[in-house]
Design a protein around this ligand. Structure first.
Ligand code: NAD
Length: 498
């Protein structure tokens, strides 16, 4: 059985710790490999390696940094199948779905290939007599990324290509449930020619995370995961003086208006609710049916839900795989029971599903609950499973009020054929990422990704222009080359333009 080791200073190492995590194959319900869990000493070793690499990398030309990103991008293309298989086997999502995240993550590397353009500064000639001013940005130093299980390669790729292209050195603490993709990414960076110590991987759990938060040698932390841990990371990192962006959980609503194309909306809702077994931070989990649309919409969603094929991620034709762990499966089953007990109508019940040949797998079938209310736990909590919960309201304004009262603010969508409805919706919802007839509106790499409210703690969204700002400090330089005759002009007043 493979044991995944840390990757520190260009070398794989088991580190100092004697704790290990099991990495499961969720479709089989069995461990398939192990992972070393880091101690604070291992984190310190990674910081030392990254600090010494920064001395050179931070001064490497921006052109040379871009070239390595181009090579890394080609290697990600060449290893797409292998990456998708690793992700599917550890996470459970279908191979095609995993391939999608490899592609979307790779797009951030393509964005980072443009780093010479992205780091261009500004210049003003003659801001005062014989005085010019220019601004530019420089890397922070050693930065760290802490990532969740549900996108084993895409979420880390939101962070490290931008951070590294900006001239920082990076420590990745991936989810201990899905270490395989990060292991391969480390090997690909070596092949791309990235110097030792610029990219490091420290596997682990809370012990490693807390050591990162406290380490004085780390300048900034990027986090993606659940809201309670995002808060913990934001508080811990700011307490020790770090810059931090901590993206949390979600409860994404899709509003379906009476003027929507209901077949189109039903197709999209099923894809967005059950894709990756609902384990996406941009999954739709609450559907708000407006006005008379409910009965017809539910019938269409039900029909499509019953047609889904559930199986192991590597099974040809499977639409949806298992949950990541037995605990995640049990949690989802419990929420469905709570929803039913609270009075929601169980239109499709995914409990009790067994998949032939995978009887011990962590499967839950797609589940559809109708007539839920905003006080039910099946609505208030992030379930993170294949459960669509439908609420019915009479008007768009009430739908928007529900969305705005929800503590999460990651993504939302409206299905409509009215430009006026779409405009009202996008202007009034307190949400970071909005889809108009697009249920999973994940921004492209050259825009930035992030939510509002309890879905993001910190100021900056991830990748895109905000990523570049997050991973760099600004400098503004005021320059004068005085003539000898001007030297007598100095006085003690606060300087103003002349
Ligand atoms: P998680 O919060 O359990 O774990 C995320 C990271 O934090 C992991 O690396 C984990 O090792 C670490 N961690 C876990 N418990 C910790 C603790 N007590 N102290 C310190 N560190 C700890 O999240 P998950 O279950 O891996 O991922 C699913 C969650 O991530 C969902 O809530 C989902 O919405 C969220 N998510 C959000 C986004 C976004 O962009 N907002 C994207 C993907 C996932």
């Amino acid at each position: 059985m493979t044991t995944y080791e840390h990757f520190i200073g260009g070398k794989f190492t088991p580190g100092e710790g004697d704790r290990f995590g099991d990495v499961f194959n969720p479709a089989l319900g069995k461990p398939q490999s192990k992972v070393n869990l880091a101690t604070a000493v291992d984190v310190d070793a990674a910081v030392s390696a990254a600090q010494s690499a920064f001395e050179t990398w931070g001064n490497t030309s921006v052109t040379a940094r871009a070239r390595i990103m181009f090579t890394f991008r080609e290697l990600l293309v060449r290893h797409e199948d292998e990456l998708a298989e690793i992700i599917s086997s550890e996470h459970g999502k279908t191979i095609e779905d995993a391939r999608g995240e490899v592609v979307r993550g790779r797009e951030v590397v393509e964005f980072a290939c443009g780093i010479p353009q992205l780091l261009k500064g500004d210049y003003n000639d003659q801001v005062s007599g014989s005085v010019d001013m220019h601004s530019f940005r420089q890397p922070l130093g050693v930065v760290a990324g802490i990532t969740p299980f549900n996108f084993p390669i895409m979420v880390p790729l939101w962070m490290h290509p931008v951070a590294i292209a900006c001239g920082n050195t990076f420590i990745l603490k991936p989810s201990e449930r899905v270490p395989g993709a990060s292991d391969l990414v480390a090997r690909l960076y070596v092949e791309a020619g990235l110097p030792d110590g610029v990219f490091n991987v420290v596997h682990g759990d809370k012990v490693a995370v807390d050591a990162i938060l406290e380490h004085p040698g780390i300048s900034a932390v990027s986090f993606v995961g659940s809201t309670p841990i995002a808060k913990h990371v934001h508080e811990g990192a700011t307490r020790s003086g770090k810059r931090v962006q901590a993206l949390g959980g979600a409860k994404n609503h899709a509003v379906v208006m009476p003027d929507a194309d209901l077949d189109f909306a039903a197709d999209q809702l099923v894809a967005a609710g059950y894709g990756s077994a609902g384990q996406r931070c941009m999954s739709i989990s609450a559907v708000i049916a407006v006005g008379p649309v409910g009965d017809e919409l539910i019938a269409k969603v039900r029909e499509r839900t019953l047609a889904l094929r559930i199986g192991a991620g590597d099974e040809p034709g499977a639409d949806m795989g298992p949950l990541v762990t037995a605990a995640a499966r049990d949690r989802v089953l419990d929420y469905v029971a709570q929803g039913e007990a609270a009075g929601a109508d169980l239109v499709v019940d995914g409990r009790g599903l067994t998949v032939e040949g995978h009887e011990s797998g962590f499967f839950v079938g797609p589940t559809l609950l109708d007539n839920a209310t905003t006080d039910m736990s099946v609505y208030t909590d992030e379930i993170f499973g294949p459960v669509l919960t439908v609420l019915r309201v009479p008007t768009l304004d009430e739908a928007i009020d529900i969305i705005n009262a929800n503590p999460y603010g990651n993504g939302t969508a409206v299905f409509t054929s009215s430009g006026e409805v779409a405009r009202t919706f996008q202007r009034n919802v307190k949400i970071g990422m909005i889809g108009i007839n697009v249920p999973v509106p994940v921004p492209m790499a050259f825009h930035s990704f992030g939510g509002w409210k309890d879905s993001l703690f910190g100021d900056h969204h991830m990748h895109g222009p905000e990523g570049v700002r997050f991973y760099t400090h600004a400098k503004v330089v005021t320059t004068r080359w005085p003539h000898v005759s001007e030297q007598s002009l100095a006085h003690l007043n606060f300087p103003t333009a002349q």
